[in-house]
Design a protein around this ligand. Structure first.
Ligand code: VG1
Ligand code: CO
Length: 544
């Protein structure tokens, strides 16, 4: 057998962040960099020999090369079978679906999600475990520990596998199956949603939608689901061909980066419904005609309407949201008489709750929503969920959200990002905040009184594991809140995220622009954290 054991030296910077290891492409191309990390994943696992690995990525630059390397390393390390998406394409939720369907041992997803791609952009690698979800912290810590000690990796010497055609190949003892990227996932969607009803809506002539795949991974999925299975007219999906540099775009589905879609939905003769998804297909943005649905509200609306959707008709066991996500879902949960869990940022914290049957729907303010159908957030799933609700309720997106606010009140919400802050300055800002926490309780800030101030710590109710320092929260007596944390997905400098939220039960006051409604809190956030002084920026780089 042609297995080579190659000597290598550890890199010191292979610590996985919120969602896998993300670095600039030029870092990943350093000699042995990718190999070291992949071998560290394998070395930290037990019992995978002879088992199945799922492999695919979002199609960004370096995806194809990385797949060839990983296939040969999987063969050298004794995996039994590797299922790889055709052309190397698999969305994050599709990987989760395929792991579960095939009882695979795990999966490797090549993506830096919403970060830009191309030779000058970013690349990333995530490991998912056998439940289909992101590796929990215990696993990522073990991988990181291994990256600091690794001295050899194993690779099978062979020519490249043709991943462009479906088929089965042998690499040493390992079977490589090139599988269709879309079918399993599309079948799962069809099992959850009322496709007949959605088809009626989309072909009725009275309803138009527009889906922006942002030149990223969901293109083939969206074409197959919306245009083929659901009969929407050709052209419904825009930017539907995955490109290595995402057409020079930033595949982050928000009002800033999904501007093509925003112009259409806010333009003349706008369609009824618009949606966008991110680089690896796990996030979504939902728009109505001239109307934006915040991700926090989206989760709450899905929860409140879940019984209208076949896959959820029996109701929800519970809901879960990440800490910075607004409390809109909590209000729905309270009304439904179910639990609402609050977890740290990152999908990996939902896995145990989903596995234990404690939560059915989960969501994050960062445009991520999902359910127990897989163990990842799922962009197209959220779009289909909305379409199913729209088809049943026969109302506009705006009507549905406004009625929701009438019933539950409105949680005004906004996130302010300060990108590219010098790391030292960002750390100083967080340290200062942390040391001021103990004296903050009871303080009057503007017209707000501090009810609590802490650094969020989470104890997983299933396995008891504790995750500390997950973000500084300042909560006020009227339910308003400011949260500060540093991003764990960036690759250059630091990104400070400031999350602002207030609650408005009065229908007459639910029509403000969130920046206006949150204006006082924005000023307070700057005062307590000295944002402008410490970052040297006078305004956020991105507001969502
Ligand atoms: C961001 C979001 C977080 C999300 C993560 C991965 O993390 O805030 O909610 O889970 O990205 O999403 P951070 O640490 O930068 O705030 V994705 O679509 O990049 O896999
Ligand atoms: Co993503």
């Amino acid at each position: 057998m042609n297995v080579q054991t190659v000597s290598t030296q550890p890199f010191t910077d292979q610590k996985p962040g919120t969602s896998g290891l993300r670095k600039q492409v030029q870092v990943f191309r350093k000699f042995h960099y990718l190999e070291n990390f992949v071998q560290s994943i394998f070395d930290s696992l037990e019992g995978y020999q002879g088992q199945t690995l799922v492999l695919g990525g979002d199609g960004r630059y370096y995806n194809r090369q990385a797949i060839q390397t990983i296939l040969k390393m999987a063969a050298a390390n004794g995996w039994g079978r590797v299922l790889v998406g055709q052309k190397g394409i698999l969305s994050t939720p599709a990987v989760s679906c395929i792991i579960r369907k095939n009882q695979a041992f795990g999966g490797i997803i090549l993506s830096a999600s919403h970060n830009p791609g191309g030779p000058e952009g970013d690349f990333g690698i995530k490991y998912n475990i056998s439940n289909g979800g992101p590796a929990p912290e215990k696993v990522t810590e073990a991988i990181y520990a291994r990256t600091k000690e690794i001295d050899t990796y194993k690779i099978f010497e062979a020519g490249d596998v043709n991943i462009d055609e479906l088929g089965t190949f042998q690499l040493s003892e390992t079977t490589v199956e090139v599988i269709d990227s879309v079918t399993d996932y599309a079948d799962l969607m069809e099992s959850l949603f009322d496709f007949d009803r959605i088809r009626q809506l989309l072909t009725s002539g009275n309803f138009r939608m527009c889906m922006d795949s942002m030149h990223a991974v969901t293109g083939p999925y969206a074409h197959a689901i919306f245009e083929q299975r659901l009969g929407a007219p050709a052209g419904t999906v825009m930017n539907g061909t995955p490109l290595e540099d995402f057409g020079d775009g930033h595949p982050d589905p928000n009002l800033v980066y999904a501007h093509d879609l925003v112009e259409i939905l806010y333009g003349d003769n706008a369609p009824d419904f618009g949606a966008a998804s991110d680089g690896d297909g796990d996030r979504n943005m939902i728009l109505g005609r001239k109307f934006f649905v915040t991700p926090s509200d989206s989760l709450a609306v899905l929860a409140a309407n879940a019984k209208l959707v076949p896959g959820y008709k029996d109701g929800l066991a519970g809901v879960a949201r990440s800490m910075p996500t607004s409390a809109a879902a909590d209000r729905v949960a309270a009304q439904l008489g179910i639990d609402c869990y609050e977890t740290p940022t990152g999908w990996k914290f939902f896995g145990n709750l989903l596995d234990a049957g404690m939560a059915t729907l989960c969501g994050e303010e960062s445009f991520g929503t999902g359910s127990n159908h897989v163990r990842e957030k799922d962009g197209l799933w959220a779009v289909l969920f909305w379409l199913n609700i729209l088809a049943v309720r026969q109302q506009s997106v705006e009507q549905i959200v406004r009625e929701h606010w009438q019933t539950y009140g409105r949680n005004y919400y906004s996130r302010h990002d300060y990108e590219g802050v010098e790391s030292d300055r960002a750390n100083t800002l967080m340290d200062n905040l942390r040391s001021s926490l103990s004296s903050m309780k009871g303080k009057q800030l503007g017209s707000y009184q501090v009810e609590y101030a802490d650094d969020f710590s989470y104890t997983d109710p299933v396995d008891g594991s504790v995750s500390q320092k997950q973000g500084v929260r300042i909560g006020f007596t009227d339910g308003s809140r400011i949260v500060f944390r540093l991003s764990g997905t960036g690759t250059q400098g630091a990104t400070l995220r400031v999350y602002l939220e207030s609650y408005e039960p009065d229908v007459a006051k639910q029509n403000l622009d969130p920046q206006e409604a949150l204006a006082d809190l924005i000023v307070i956030a700057d005062e307590v954290a000295q944002i402008r002084t410490l970052t040297g920026m006078d305004k956020p780089t991105v507001i969502t």
